[in-house]
Design a protein around this ligand. Structure first.
Ligand code: SAH
Ligand code: F3S
Length: 432
């Protein structure tokens, strides 16, 4: 048995790509997973390139792998940084055996036998490729519904690493969901860079189906209890989609609405396609249609040209929408993106200060947001043992909830009354 060590950075799509890689190498080849780098015959790193920092870290990390690996072990670089740096990776780190782009996962079994292979073809169509099955969680199944992204947000490298958007045929998605749910994964997590643009382009050009239709199809599978998805784009949150989201009992009431900026002027420069007012209206509509929804967002501070008044508009949206969760980032100039050449880059210390200000505001808001949960009853799907005799899971609206308990709760749905709210997780007791 050969041993495979794999490290996964970045988003849920990378997690799923790694599952595909593991499945191909363990089911169709003779690999076995290991958590010890020193004993691995193949070391893979599945990279993220959305911000600059992890890219910098890549070379020191593979340098370390090279030092500790056993003689003859191979190192492969996969994912988004593989896509955008390509053969430069092997030039800078000649001990890397192959480079496999984020859109070329299905070629994994080929490249491990081709020293120096660089597979980063952005036109590669793997929308119909049937991967072997491997899931890191027995309770939740990640399923890709599209590959790539057709938007051209001016800060974002993803369209250059994952290529043009193609949708995976609905029958493959439904079959995968069915199989996973029958094997015990009651929660189906649909993945794409822009999920609610699903159906935009199929390899078979005559198809007409959108994300709302797909949600209905997956919800019809009896064994599926919950459906989550990420990431939707605020621009495609039309009433029909919000209506389905709000009324379909299997769709979890947590929505990611990536704002990026609250200033319409900056949003225009980012080419996001919506204004501050439009975003506020959609968020209000969502809260009205789905009371109890938990809204998360992504925000970038220090985008080129961002003035203090633009940043204030972002804070204003944060206050008005009352996001329950915020992922906030300092703008990071990325290769191949227009914004990196904008002349009015924001100084680092200004961006850092804005990031802390945003995070402090949200930390204060979170105390009030969490306090509202006390005494509420949530349905929790338990999936993880925690130290100190606790079991944790997620509520329908995506709070992490922990209760005193043991293994027998794993994989179970229970009603939990919240006794102790916290910023990151709630504590409660099982009441039904
Ligand atoms: N459609 C995907 C976007 C992937 S990037 C999604 O919504 O998940 C994830 C987040 O990283 C983006 O929403 C954005 O907030 C952030 N991001 C992307 N490019 C960035 C950059 N150049 N600098 C800082 N943050 C960035
Ligand atoms: Fe990136 Fe915008 Fe697509 S953030 S992934 S280009 S929707």
């Amino acid at each position: 048995m050969k041993k495979l060590y794999i490290e996964t950075l970045g988003c849920a799509m990378n997690v799923r790509d790694s599952e595909h890689i593991i499945a191909e190498l363990t089911k169709r080849d003779s690999f076995q997973l290991t958590e010890e780098i020193q004993e691995a015959d193949l070391i893979l790193i599945n990279t993220c390139s959305v911000r600059e920092k992890p890219v910098h870290k890549l070379f020191s990390e593979i340098g370390y792998f090279n030092k500790v690996k056993k003689p003859g072990a191979k190192i492969g670089v996969c994912g988004c940084t593989a896509s955008h740096l390509g053969e430069e990776i092997i030039r800078r780190a000649p001990y890397v055996s192959f480079v496999l782009g984020a859109r070329n996962v299905s070629k994994i079994r080929e490249v491990i036998h081709r020293e120096g292979a660089v597979e980063v073809d952005l036109d590669h169509d793997e929308s119909q490729y049937a991967f072997e099955e491997f899931r890191s969680s027995p309770y939740r199944a990640y399923i890709n519904i599209s590959i790539g992204c057709d938007k051209q947000c001016t800060f974002c490298i993803v369209p250059h690493t994952r290529g043009e958007e193609i949708s995976i045929p609905p029958e493959l998605i439904v079959a995968e969901a069915q199989k996973a749910a029958r094997n015990g994964a009651k929660e189906i997590f649909l993945l794409g860079q822009n999920v609610n643009n699903y159906g935009r382009r199929f390899t078979d050009r005559d198809r007409r189906i959108d994300f709302t239709d797909l949600l209905r199809m997956v919800a019809q599978i009896d064994e599926v209890a919950r459906i989550r998805f990420t990431s939707p784009h605020p621009l495609h949150m039309d009433d029909r989609f919000l209506e389905e989201f709000a009324t379909n009992p299997k769709i979890c009431k947590s929505m990611h609405m990536p704002l990026q900026s609250g200033s319409s002027r900056i949003l225009r420069r980012m080419k996001r396609g919506y204004t501050k007012e439009w975003f506020l209206e959609r968020a209000a509509r969502l809260r009205e249609m789905a009371p109890g929804v938990r809204i998360s967002t992504d925000i970038i501070v220090g985008f080129p040209g961002e003035e203090e008044s633009d940043f204030e508009e972002t804070l204003d949206v944060v206050r008005q929408v009352g996001f329950e969760q915020i992922f906030s980032f300092k703008y990071s100039p990325r290769p191949l993106t227009p914004a990196k050449d904008y002349p009015d880059q924001v100084p680092e210390e200004v961006a850092s200060r804005r990031l802390s200000q945003l995070q402090e505001l949200h930390a204060q808001m979170l105390d009030a947001i969490a306090a509202r949960e006390k005494g509420k009853v949530h349905q929790v799907y338990f999936e993880e043992l925690k130290p100190g005799g606790y079991v944790a899971g997620r509520s329908d609206n995506n709070w992490i909830v922990k209760v005193p308990g043991s293994e027998e709760l794993l994989g179970q749905f229970r009603q939990v009354k919240i006794t102790k709210p916290g910023r990151l997780a709630l504590e409660g007791v099982v009441v039904g």
